[in-house]
Design a protein around this ligand. Structure first.
Ligand code: NAD
Length: 298
């Protein structure tokens, strides 16, 4: 197997995944439209490619870390896209949180050219990507999955192969639907406690020792909300996208999810208060700006 890996999309996640692979002795060639993103990746040992064809000439395992499904479709199927550039036998690992239907469509075009496509969205944030401890949920052909397993193992501590192509994104959408709701319900629980005269820090400690705990209460609130650091490296814009993916999927399947739809409504409404570039944990400020806001805008 090749030890030269291509990474397309060198943002908060892709750059850190690439750096982890470099640390684990892979040669990594990176491509991004943003000069700043490329420069930051070069500082971490990534070899920059000025165009996609330079990357595809040298890599038969290519990782995508792009914002949305539309970017995946353009990079893979566009006029100068990967399917026209890569050699037969290449495997594309798409770590973007994307639309299951897009994964299926891209995979169907890839298979005609003997290219394997796995949807493999991730959890763990930039810190998990930098430490090689992400969780991955993977959809696609088992033979392709086994072929790239050493690369996936280098980037993650947990991997669940959930089914055929598209299944990885369905699992990720379900996960982020919960994470999005947990951020709001945790903010509400701490607001209730504070109004009742109990220290929210103490209540958070109690929740984390009780049955109401979640990744929101155990990691997001202690690290980014209570500290008011709001620097997780995951944006409001991307989380609103993920909440929208859950809503669209539920509607397309005619599944009634009243709690998730209420959460989606709150995330949608947050556009009036929070910019796409704000940290996703800022959603807590919509519940209680005094408790969770930074001093200067509380
Ligand atoms: P990001 O915006 O920081 O990075 C995306 C990068 O893709 C940018 O550098 C952008 O310039 C580049 N890009 C866009 N179009 C391109 C193209 N056509 N060719 C090459 N590069 C292109 O986003 P991120 O936070 O790294 O997230 C990437 C994906 O991972 C998203 O789908 C996100 O939902 C998901 N995700 C993010 C996190 C997180 O904590 N940041 C966690 C889990 C999953």
């Amino acid at each position: 197997m090749t030890h030269t890996i291509g990474v397309i999309g060198l943002g908060n996640m892709g750059r850190n995944m690439a750096a982890t692979l470099v640390k684990k002795s892979f040669t990594v060639i990176g491509f991004d439209l943003s000069e700043t993103a490329c420069k930051q990746a070069v500082e971490q040992g990534v070899i920059p490619a000025s165009q996609l064809s330079i990357l595809t000439e040298q890599c038969d395992i290519i990782i995508l870390s792009l914002p949305k499904a539309e970017h995946v479709e353009a990079v893979c199927l566009g006029a100068n896209g990967l399917i026209h550039l890569v050699t037969a036998g290449t495997t594309i690992i798409d770590t973007t949180t994307s639309v299951p239907e897009t994964s299926r469509m891209v995979a169907a075009e890839c298979v005609k050219r003997d290219i394997a496509f796995l949807d493999a969205p991730v959890s763990g944030g930039p810190a998990g990507a930098a430490a090689g401890t992400m969780s991955m949920v993977i959809g696609g052909d088992m033979k392709a999955y086994r072929h790239v397993l050493p690369v996936l193992e280098a980037m993650s501590s947990t991997r669940v192969h959930v089914g055929d192509v598209g299944a990885g994104n369905i699992a990720k959408i379900a996960n982020n639907m919960l994470a999005a709701a947990h951020l709001i319900t945790t903010a509400e629980a701490l607001t209730l406690a504070e109004k009742a005269g109990v220290d929210p820090e103490k209540v958070l400690e109690a929740i984390n020792a009780g049955s109401g705990r979640s990744a929101a209460s155990q990691a997001m609130f202690p690290t980014w909300v209570m500290t008011k650091a709001y620097d997780s490296g995951f944006t409001m814009g991307l989380m609103r996208k993920d909440v929208g993916l859950a809503k669209t999927l539920a509607q397309s399947l005619n599944v009634e999810l009243p709690m998730a739809m209420k959460s989606a409504e709150l995330w949608e409404d947050s556009i009036h208060k929070l910019a796409d570039s704000d940290d996703f944990c800022c959603i807590a400020q919509c519940t209680n700006p005094l408790l969770f806001g930074k001093e200067d805008n509380a």
